[in-house]
Design a protein around this ligand. Sequence first.
Ligand code: SF4
Length: 361
Amino acid sequence: MIPLQLKIEPLPIVEPLVARLVLSPKAGDPSDAVLVAQRAGTADFDVGGFSLRVHTQDPASLDGDVVLAIPGRRTIHRLIRASSAHNTFLVTEQCDQLCVMCSQPPKRYHTDMFDQFLEAVRLAPSKATIGLSGGEPLLHKERLFGFLTNAQRIRPDLRFHILTNGQHIFAEDEASLHALDMSSILWGIPIYAAHAEVHDRIVGKIGAFDLLQNNLARLGRVGAAIELRTVVLQSNIGHLEQLADHVTLHQPFAQVWAIMQLENIGYARMNWDAEFSDTSKNFDDIALALDISLGRGLPTSLYNFPLCTVPDNYRRYCVASISDWKQKFLATCDGCAIRSACTGFFEWYPEKRGFRKIVSQ
Ligand code: SF4
């Protein structure tokens, strides 16, 4: 697994520090930390006159990375890995829902890092896409909208992918939304069933479905690009046909509908046996949902589905969606002819309790 945290020697800082690690001072930015020495297992970077010693075997792999150091901590967080297309800022761990498959179970406390995120954005590689996730980022929407406004002003070349539960977008937010460049933001919003009772039970919040419907319509009216996201569960796989009907009728303005396999982490790990649906054994419900949504012109994709778990004629809808830092392949995948196009598995995928049919192609 690619490390997102790196061990460092203690730093003499009293405020969070954002810096860009570079091998040479070519960019000349005051936030650049320039490599000045390396020896077995460590690399020293000069940050405005003091030394940042990072424990790494491969300093070159960090070139251009934007890192965050917190006072008192002996690690730095790689906020942006320059060589990766998968960079996400964790805006908050607070959330008002309690989804049965939540990969990042909510916490009560929040630390505002928007100023640090803005500095990281300033230092990001050209044309990068930055994910914003939680928890629920829109619980802090005033700060979020301010961050987006500033980020789009200083870095109009960047794109943003915001994961939100869609519960916090009200009429009074429309002016803020209109002020943003909506063409550079993709809003990833979950919907789990066409029935309020089923959706609400999955997200652990009564009334969530009705609120979501209103807010999706509102986002559609302001011209937001929406990625509807449905994780397949034992709780909803029998409802996918009705959900395909629903999204094509009520959210035809969505840019894409993503049907997703489950990630075995957080609450999903706890609820795996009750909720994981082995779609390698029976793909019928997903095939039907795809036939309906694609037939009605709604672009539809499959995220987190290893290719060999999907019938041949539906593989073209699979996206290599698993982030590089948490992606793995199995021994069975060695020598597979379609491995380079396959999303593989999450690092924490439980092979013995997962898909029955994994077959090298
Ligand atoms: S064998 Fe592995 S690499 Fe090949 S399609 Fe299946 S999961 Fe993907």
